[in-house]
Structures are given as C-alpha cells and as structure tokens.
Design a protein around this ligand. Structure first.
Ligand SMILES: [Cu+2]
Length: 100
C-alpha cells in the first residue's frame, strides 16, 4: 500500500511552484522609479519581467501614465508595484503604488 503523505507533499509542492508562474502572466510588475517627466506624462521605471507585454527580462524603460496624477504619488528612487498595458504601441502604466 502506498503512503499518502509523499503524494500530498508533491501536490502541495506543485501548487506552490505554479503560483509565481500565474503571477508572472498578469500585468503586475515590480519596479523602481528612475526618472519622472511630469510635463510629458512619462515615467522611467526599472522593472522586472512582464511576460504579458513580451518582456521576458527586466529592463529600464519609459512608460506613459494613464493619469498624470499618478506621478505625484511617487518620487525617483521609490520602489513601486505597477500594472502596464500596451496601448497602441505605447506602454502605459495603468496602476501604480509604492511597495511596502
Ligand atoms: Cu520593459
């Protein structure tokens, strides 16, 4: 008779492994504010992989922001969590908040 415990452990391990993958498929990403251009409504973020936008590796790049008010909530050097979308070829931050 097989012992059930190793099977359960394997199932739990598989579940734990699948969580980061599910997270990476969403738009949410971690980043650091490198530069803010409020007059242009743009922000430079150093960010981790955003698979949904075809960015398999982290990089530093300029994003537009959906709402210029978002730029007043952060400053250069802040760590942020953000969501971005590709809107007609322009990468646009749709949500952003400081990381804790
Ligand atoms: Cu990028």
């Amino acid at each position: 008779m097989k012992k059930p415990i190793p099977t359960l452990a394997a199932a739990m391990f598989a579940t734990i492994l699948s969580l980061p993958a599910a997270y990476a498929q969403g738009n949410a990403a971690q980043g650091e504010v490198k530069k803010i251009d409020a007059s242009a409504g743009k922000i430079s973020l150093k960010h981790g992989p955003i698979k949904s936008l075809g960015m398999d590796e982290g990089m530093t790049m300029v994003f537009r922001v959906k709402d210029p008010a978002m730029l007043k909530q952060v400053k250069v050097g802040d760590k942020v969590e953000f969501e971005a979308e590709n809107a007609d070829g322009a990468y646009t931050v749709t949500k952003m908040q400081k990381s804790k």
